[in-house]
Design a protein around this ligand. Structure first.
Ligand SMILES: [Zn+2]
Length: 299
């Protein structure tokens, strides 16, 4: 495994077998519409860390102590090299989206249902969605209101440089996780859980959020299972990359990085170990029936 890259220009795509594959046409490329700038600095992770830090630290937060995680938006134009790297990432996520379409179309059909494909919106800097306005700092997200996935490709830069989770399959995992939320939207889980959460206290509500997130990780694993089975898209090391990404973006890791301590009640995505467990379970079994994080005795 080549894990040397610390620059966005060195992104290593040669592991996952994606070149020459079909790219999805369900993509709205809005990268040119938001000022053409590039968001640098903290991005989503920075904001999450900053919020947790502020929340836990009350009024005592000294912003100068966390300069490296403060979101900064710098609206300079991309250099030609950065543009090239950005375009290459865009092409890569289109291929990943197409692979998720192939798998979920098939799985839905096998269950007598029709899969409605989501749209992927690529943006840079800021974007408006049916769920409100978002900036690059929001990170990748899925909006149930318009059934679209939103990704600012600079997130992948954060994955690589700030969280030390480089690799093409780590990028694929993020797309597959958001598509997992789309599945939860289609099958009614999202609505059901959001209703339950509205009637719950904060701790309980966070717990449901964790279950939703872990199930999205499980669904990403199921996708990887079938993508591998039918197309052999993965190279040795790819799953490690995904697990490494899951590990890097677990709530406990983010909190620890920000505060030095872990507060389980504030978890909304699950711990690194939980995320790895559910992704792996989906990947190893490919069995949708095993992804019931809501009734699982242990998360
Ligand atoms: Zn999620």
């Amino acid at each position: 495994m080549l894990r040397c890259a610390t620059s966005i220009l060195n992104f290593n795509y040669k592991h996952m077998q994606w070149l020459g594959r079909r790219g999805s046409s369900n993509v709205e490329d809005r990268r040119g519409l938001s000022g053409g700038g590039i968001a640098t600095g903290g991005g989503v992770i920075g904001v999450i860390i900053y919020l947790i830090y502020s929340f836990l630290g009350g009024g005592d937060v000294d912003p100068s102590k966390i300069p490296q995680v403060m979101p900064q938006t710098n609206n300079r134009s991309l250099t030609p090299e950065e543009q090239k790297a950005d375009d290459e990432r865009a092409q890569f996520v289109k291929v990943v989206l197409a692979e998720t379409e192939d798998v979920w179309n098939k799985l839905f059909a096998e269950n007598g249902k029709q899969y409605s494909e989501p749209t992927l919106v690529l943006f840079r800097g800021g974007v408006s969605s049916a769920c409100g306005n978002a900036s690059a700092a929001s990170g990748p997200f899925y909006c149930p209101g318009d059934s679209k996935l939103y990704i600012d490709l600079s997130f992948y830069q954060d994955l690589q440089t700030k969280l030390n989770a480089p690799g093409d399959f780590a990028m694929a995992y993020v797309v597959a996780h958001e598509v997992g939320h789309h599945i939860q939207n289609l099958n009614g889980t999202a609505e059901k859980i959001s209703r339950v959460r509205q009637q719950s206290g904060e701790t309980e509500s966070n717990r449901y959020s964790v279950m939703m997130e872990l199930q999205a990780d499980f669904l990403a694993g199921v996708w990887a299972h079938y993508a591998q089975k039918t197309k052999n898209i993965l190279d040795p090391g790819d799953i490690d990359e995904a697990l490494n990404a899951a590990n890097a973006i677990g709530d406990d890791r983010l909190q620890k990085k920000a505060t030095g301590e872990v507060v389980p009640d504030a978890f909304t995505h699950g711990t690194s170990a939980q995320r790895m467990y559910w992704f792996k379970k989906g990947y190893e079994t490919g069995d949708l029936k095993q992804g019931d994080t809501f009734n699982s005795r242990q998360l």
